[in-house]
Design a protein around this ligand. Structure first.
Ligand SMILES: *[C@@H]1O[C@H](CO)[C@@H](O)[C@H](O)[C@H]1NC(C)=O
Ligand SMILES: *[C@@H]1O[C@H](CO)[C@@H](O)[C@H](O)[C@H]1NC(C)=O
Ligand SMILES: *[C@@H]1O[C@H](CO)[C@@H](O)[C@H](O)[C@H]1NC(C)=O
Ligand SMILES: *[C@@H]1O[C@H](CO)[C@@H](O)[C@H](O)[C@H]1NC(C)=O
Ligand SMILES: *[C@@H]1O[C@H](CO)[C@@H](O)[C@H](O)[C@H]1NC(C)=O
Length: 589
């Protein structure tokens, strides 16, 4: 609180320019999380979203299209009494204890016989998914099938907490399996307000479909496999079905798809900076850090970690410019000598640095390399270093040693950190020797994994994290090979998470046959779950997006035909009367 009010006082000048990084992008794409910087960005965004009203200037939190809770006002949040634990090995404080789990729904397209389509909120505030209900995948599928769209918030995110803190002990009910059981229990027992007279629960006369993107996409796939009697079908978008400890391949789709000259300059700069740092010179190192505007970042690894932050903006790209970010382009412009994103001219490389460079083998065109380093440094100074207020120590912003805080308001970074430390891995860092790296070789697993020991010391009921995430707990469900009837995989060819999905170039079979029953689709040029957002009626989607949305409607309609023909029969539910032909349109909200 003290921090918050102190910062608020000095922020006015900082919220003028569009920040390079959003708090969300920092969580998604930084090798090690600089928590101090994350906290500052959150506060700035809160200030900006209040201040931006009426200025016509998009606030940074509006840019966080998928996680802006303010957009929730049209759809009231409801709560479901969810079991605190579904796992007898981790008993709740009282038998059958429950907590309120939030959900939102839209039944305005419902027709008798239509499906319930459950969208897993994943590792964010569920309210941030409301655009998918209003005009995205839930709306598209509901309209096409006479269905009801529901967003279910994930336990330990947003406002759905089974505990009162995020201490290691209190995190004991957070794992992927528990949250999959949440969805199944919800589907089997929920009574939607105003719709209690309809038989909507799963296992009866209504088919349930599960959709999600990214981590939630993997959950959609797992849910179809582990609870086939509850979920009739699932769409797993950018589904990271394979948990991977050392996920250096995060950068491979960027390396393959970003402009070649930009990638070449970046790899060159990265290698040069590593060489300069390895001189371990008391002249060169300070001069290098200072050149990038980060002179007071003490640890060399924290310095190069800060240099990696702009790469997080690749994932934030979207086909809809109003929800995506074009910051990656500005970063590449700077690397390739286009200074239009710089407000001050790049400085020439100073004497101490030149002396350091002198002893190194420079790339074939040293002038080009040095020019690129100058504009790159100017960019980092202006867009990264400047994120830290002048009256704040740079180590307090860019340091990666401090991960304290057990309050529920820490969930944005801490709940997912618990999940990746305990089960998922996905430590993002340098490529192995022999592969060009877009980030420094100082970004080792040891460095990026530090957060786990620091944030989760052993508790009394929960021993904390083991030395390695237990990725087998996830990968036992099929990993790259996970397949099931009426389970669709939709990926993006330029998604930094591609290598963790069934379309991964390192999967045994990344070119499965694409059928109505087992759809297997790759959006050309697509990034992260690009099929989940849509446009308001009347606006035209780009060709690739319109195409995937048409395909999704087509295969879901075929799954619905299958349900009417044999699904309910197979499940031993009464036949006859309501055979899904109902034309009555109910308008509920
Ligand atoms: C807990 O729920 C189960 C299943 O509904 C029930 O059988 C059991 O009696 C409940 N226990 C208590 C203490 O309420
Ligand atoms: C709901 O299901 C019950 C039991 O399966 C059945 O008796 C009842 O007729 C159904 N109601 C509707 C409206 O379909
Ligand atoms: C770098 O130099 C310092 C002294 O200036 C020394 O203590 C340290 O061990 C050196 N590190 C490496 C990796 O050589
Ligand atoms: C680094 O620290 C010194 C001494 O506190 C301060 O004068 C200087 O402004 C700082 N530089 C940056 C870039 O933060
Ligand atoms: C520099 O970048 C800006 C913004 O992306 C672009 O409009 C401009 O054409 C670029 N200039 C050159 C010389 O490429």
């Amino acid at each position: 609180m003290l921090l918050a009010s102190a910062l608020l006082a000095g922020l006015a000048s900082l919220v003028v320019a569009e920040p390079l990084l959003t708090a969300k992008a920092l969580l998604d794409g930084s090798p090690a999380l600089p928590l101090g910087l994350h906290r500052r960005l959150r506060i700035q965004e809160q200030v900006a979203s209040k201040g931006a009203e009426g200025t016509g200037w998009p606030s940074s939190s509006e840019q966080l299209s998928f996680s802006s809770p303010d957009e929730g006002h049209d759809y009231p949040a409801h709560t479901f009494n969810q079991l605190v634990s579904h796992d007898p090995a981790v008993p709740p404080p009282q038998p059958n204890a429950t907590f309120p789990q939030r959900y939102w729904f839209d039944a305005s397209y419902y027709k008798q016989g239509g499906p319930v389509i459950l969208l897993d909120g994943g590792e964010t505030d569920g309210a941030g998914r409301i655009p998918f209900l209003r005009q995205g995948i839930l709306r598209i599928l509901s309209e096409a099938t006479g269905g009801i769209g529901i967003i279910l918030e994930h336990r330990y995110y947003g406002s759905s907490f089974p505990t009162t803190s995020l201490s290691t002990d209190d995190l004991r009910f957070l794992d992927t399996r528990q949250s999959l059981h949440d969805s199944a229990h919800f589907a089997r027992t929920v009574e939607l307000p105003g719709l209690a007279h309809l038989n909507l629960t799963a296992g009866g006369s209504t088919p349930w479909l599960y959709v999600g993107g990214s981590y939630a996409g993997a959950k959609a796939a797992f849910a179809r496999k582990l609870h086939p009697d509850v979920f009739w079908g699932a769409i797993a978008s950018s589904a990271v079905t394979t948990a991977i400890v050392d996920f250096w391949q995060y950068y491979e789709p960027i390396r393959a798809s970003a402009p070649a000259d930009c990638i070449e300059r970046l790899a060159e700069n990265t290698a040069l900076i590593d060489s300069l740092l390895s001189l371990n010179s008391s002249l060169v190192t300070p001069s290098l850090k200072s050149f990038f505007g980060l002179s007071n970042v003490t640890a060399d690894a924290d310095f190069v970690n800060a240099l990696a932050l702009p790469l997080g903006s690749w994932q934030a790209r979207n086909w809809d410019g109003t929800v995506g970010s074009s910051r990656f382009d500005a970063f590449c412009d700077a690397l390739t000598g286009n200074t239009s994103s710089l407000s001050t001219p790049a400085r020439p490389i100073d004497a101490a640095l030149l002396e350091g460079l002198d002893g190194l083998a420079l790339p074939k065109d040293p002038r080009k390399t040095l020019a690129s380093m100058s504009t790159y440094a100017a960019y980092v100074k202006e867009h990264i270093a400047a994120l830290c207020p002048p009256d704040e120590l740079q180590d307090a912003c860019f340091g990666t040693d401090e991960y304290s805080g057990d309050g529920l308001d820490e969930y944005e970074w801490k709940s997912w950190a618990w999940q990746f430390c305990s089960e998922w891995g996905y430590f993002i860092g340098a490529a192995p020797e022999g592969t060009p790296s877009l980030v420094s070789r100082l970004l080792t697993l040891e460095y990026t994994g530090k957060i786990c020991g620091k944030a989760f010391p052993p508790g009394k009921l929960n021993t904390g994290v083991s030395s390695m995430p237990a990725v087998h707990k996830i990968n036992q469900w099929g990993s790259f090979d996970l397949a099931h009837s009426r389970l669709a995989f939709v990926d993006g060819s330029e998604d930094p998470w591609l290598y963790a999905t069934p379309h991964s170039p390192i999967a045994p079979n990344p070119h499965r046959k694409d059928t109505l029953r087992r759809p297997f689709k790759l959006i050309k040029g697509g990034v992260h779950h690009w099929d989940e957002n849509g446009l308001p009626p009347g606006r035209k989607e780009p060709r690739e997006i319109a195409k995937i949305h048409r395909a999704e409607v087509e295969f879901v309609q075929s799954w619905m035909r299958e349900w009417r023909e044999r699904g309910r029969w197979r499940w031993g539910v009464g036949t006859g009367a309501e055979d899904g032909e109902g034309r009555e349109v109910a308008r509920w909200q």
